[in-house]
Design a binder for this molecule. Structure first.
Ligand SMILES: NC(=O)c1ccc[n+]([C@@H]2O[C@H](COP(=O)([O-])OP(=O)(O)OC[C@H]3O[C@@H](n4cnc5c(N)ncnc54)[C@H](O)[C@@H]3O)[C@@H](O)[C@H]2O)c1
Length: 322
């Protein structure tokens, strides 16, 4: 099976690549070829049996993906994106990368006749916002309150329509906020959610820019990768007619996250978090809903984390193993 990943040098792209190389298959189907694409050259890994192709490529360049799509990948993970705060700061950049490039990818699939190709796009809770019911589900109307959310919502609609027309076999995963993300902070408005745990557990200071009574909807990196793999195996019929699925995350307040930090890392770790409100971050994060009814995702076989302690302990175990 030929798997193509856009955004392969990013956080999820790297982790997905590592997992695919370790496993060598998705649900028993051998991965024979892996094509990694990013504007930042993906670090070329090596593998005995999987043919690897790493390309530095700006997917907003007209026709950028066309020749690769002509090679008929069977699964495409479309992870390249400009994340939330960056897309809010630069409308043109967000529209070009998040929307125009996704549309071009869909058109490329159509031209190459990739009706059977499973196209998996990472969407976000940011597709919702504003006045919302207390608990949301997959069918709640999309009312984004950020440009990032609007761009993701438009892509969702297009993927649904191209799938309905039989031009591609789409699946959209709405990802909760991913914590604890290793590495350094990024330009996502939710970046603090990892920083307030990761930095103190690494002995460094962190800033919490939002009130602690804000609830977040979160999922660990490991469960997100499991979901990306599972999405490649689901029959189109199981998803149709509505190809977007909200993954089963955990609802947790910032205060509860900090309490777990104290329990796991002690008072010293908690004392490394200072509070400095940032109205720009708060406005974006507060517009994201935090309570979802995810029975559909569970029926489709997606699973979430057990509790927030487990998420933090897994982060510590993975950090120590690396
Ligand atoms: N991490 C989260 O909490 C989260 C939550 C919801 C949704 N998502 C979505 O998941 C996907 C992956 O997220 P991530 O956390 O790995 O993000 P990331 O920023 O780490 O990775 C995105 C990658 O896309 C690449 N990219 C950006 N513009 C490009 C272009 N023009 N051409 C080629 N490559 C380009 C970047 O270089 C980067 O490596 C994104 O679509 C994001 O919107 C992430």
């Amino acid at each position: 099976m030929h798997v193509l990943i856009t955004g392969a040098a990013g956080f999820l792209g790297q982790r997905l690549t590592r997992t695919l190389l370790e496993r060598g298959d998705i649900a028993g189907r051998a991965v024979t070829r892996l094509t990694l694409i990013d504007q930042v050259a993906p670090v070329p890994p090596s593998h005995d049996t999987i043919r690897l192709d790493c390309r530095a490529m700006d997917i907003t360049r007209p026709g950028a993906l066309d020749s690769l799509l002509g090679e008929r990948p069977e699964v495409i993970y479309h992870l390249a994106a400009v994340v939330s705060a960056a897309a809010e700061a630069d409308l043109d950049l967000g529209m070009t990368v998040n929307f125009d490039a996704t549309r071009a990818l869909l058109e490329g699939c159509r031209t190459a006749g990739l009706a059977e190709t499973r196209l998996i796009m990472a969407s976000s809770v940011a597709v919702y916002g504003g006045e919302l019911p207390t608990t949301l589900d997959d069918m709640t109307a999309l009312t984004p309150q950020s440009s990032y959310g609007a761009q993701k919502a438009m892509c969702e609609l297009l993927i649904n329509d191209y799938s309905r027309r039989g031009l591609v076999d789409g699946c959209v995963l709405r990802l909760p906020t991913i914590v604890v993300r290793p590495g350094r902070p990024n330009a996502a408005a939710s970046s603090f959610a990892s920083s307030i745990l990761r930095e103190p557990l690494n002995g460094e200071a962190a800033i919490c820019p939002v009130p602690t009574d804000i609830d977040l909807y979160v999922m660990s990196p490991g469960r997100v990768i499991d979901a990306l793999l599972h999405a490649a195996t689901l029959p189109g019929d199981a998803l149709a007619p509505y190809r977007s699925v909200m993954l089963p995350g955990l609802t947790v307040s910032v205060a509860a996250m900090l309490e777990v930090l104290r329990e796991v890392g002690g008072e010293d770790a908690l004392a490394r978090v200072s509070h400095a409100p940032d109205p720009r971050i708060e406005a974006i994060v507060a517009s994201w809903p935090a309570r979802f009814e995810t029975r559909r995702a569970e029926r489709l076989g997606f699973t979430g984390d057990r509790d927030f302690h487990e998420i933090v302990r897994t982060f510590i175990a993975e950090r120590e193993a690396s």
